[in-house]
Design a protein. Structure first.
Length: 414
């Protein structure tokens, strides 16, 4: 690319420039003063600016006589017009990595570099640096104060009647909010309680440490449970994904481990005296869970007593309390993940898989291998398998696979 020095009075701004850039001129002028003019202005054959209007205005402010210029030759008038728009629009498509940018800014701050030269206003800089502190503290922070009345009187009645409470903790938003709310209340009531987290063998690498820190910071006794068998090994043995209707991955691996603790605690505290607490609201309920404020579910010779204390909480109130807790939630949410569910879950949304590709590329490659290898029991109207195969293997794989279709049981609404 050929770059020449031109007198500033030979360069002409484009009179119909659609980009409003006056607010950025001073920041760019500071950048030029500190770092020099490192990016040329792009003009057409007539010297009219295609890209670089803000740099031109900054140079005028600084009283510069000459500027580095590149002449974009061989472009049609339509291409020139499109280039002006694309040059600005493409910059807007890029986003800051909220994990990495605060670290870079902090390094500059420690080196006594003038942060005003970065082009951010003071409030934005402060937010980035505070964000770094929040990220580092994260789950290590003290409990976030939440309104005790977030759960209604009925929910509190079940809590007060129980002798021991098991908080089923997944590290997700809902169960984090429940545990953050419940811990100080249960401690004040003098209740025996514990949090349980089930490791199935397909957790995100940083999730268990987060679980531990979150509980430690709230002085919550934590039991890390293991499923009877590693879930991925189980899939390999069956050469099959979990059942898309009955979700045997949930019942056979997570709930089974929690139920074993429930049985153990009932022997200690008595039948009907142990309560399992979970997260979620009524508008999140499915046929598999969260179906009421309180419910009793039989398994074997036992009956689990389940409480969703926020079941009747309004979405507005719930979201407001969740926003207060946001800095202490699992960092994966900031990276684009939408759930803490196992990384190999075949029932996820595209956003979750996009984040997996970006942040855990080796695990994403394993998902592709699983998609090629494992079978899937399908039900009438169930498009989950095709959607998963289409995402990981492409359109052709989804269109050609019609194996193991069972029309006898239409898939139930979740």
């Amino acid at each position: 690319m050929k770059i020449t020095q031109r007198k500033i009075d030979t360069i002409t701004p484009y009179e119909n420039n659609p980009r409003q850039n006056d607010n950025a001129v001073e920041a760019v002028a500071k950048s030029i003063t500190e770092f020099g003019f490192r990016q040329p202005i792009v003009v057409d054959a007539d010297g009219v600016i295609i890209a670089g209007h803000t740099r031109y205005k900054a140079a005028m402010m600084l009283g510069l006589d000459k500027l580095p210029v590149h002449v974009a030759e061989g472009l049609s008038p339509e291409q020139v017009r499109a280039y002006r728009i694309a040059d600005n629009a493409s910059g807007e498509l890029a986003k800051w990595d909220k994990q990495l940018l605060p670290i870079e800014i902090s390094e500059l701050q420690q080196a006594d570099f003038d942060l005003s030269l970065l082009g951010f206003d003071e409030d934005t800089l402060e937010n980035f640096l505070v964000g770094l502190d929040d990220s580092d503290a994260s789950a290590d922070g003290p409990p976030v104060e939440t309104d005790e009345s977030l759960a209604n009187a009925d929910a509190m009645g079940y809590i007060e009647a129980a002798e021991h409470i098991i908080v089923q903790f997944s590290g997700g938003k809902d169960s984090s909010l429940v545990l953050n709310w419940a811990a100080p209340i249960l401690q004040k009531l003098g209740k025996s309680f514990e949090a349980v987290f089930v490791e199935t063998g397909a957790e995100f690498p940083d999730l268990t440490p987060y679980i531990i820190r979150f509980c430690e910071s709230r002085q919550v006794p934590l039991r890390l449970l293991q499923s009877r068998e590693n879930i991925i090994l189980h899939w390999f043995k069956k050469n099959s994904w979990p059942d898309s209707k009955y979700r045997d991955c949930i019942h056979g691996f997570i709930n089974d481990a929690v139920n074993r603790v429930f049985v153990e605690r009932e022997k200690e505290f008595g039948v009907g005296k142990v309560l399992i607490m979970r997260g979620g609201r009524s508008d999140q309920k499915t046929t598999l869970s969260k179906s009421n404020l309180y419910q009793e579910v039989g398994f074997g010779k036992h009956t689990a007593r389940l409480l969703n204390p926020f079941f009747n909480t309004s979405a507005e109130e719930y979201d407001a309390q969740l926003e207060k807790l946001r800095p202490q939630l699992w960092n994966g949410y900031e990276l684009g993940f939408i759930r803490t569910a196992c990384w190999a879950c075949p029932f996820q949304r595209k956003d979750q898989w996009d984040a997996l590709k970006k942040h855990y590329p080796l695990l994403a490659e394993e998902m592709k291998r699983f998609a090629r290898r494992f079978n899937w029991k399908q039900y009438k109207g169930d498009k989950t398998f095709q959607r998963m195969r289409k995402y990981w293997l492409g359109d052709a794989a989804a269109a050609t696979d019609g194996s193991a279709i069972d029309d006898s049981n239409p898939i139930g609404e979740e």
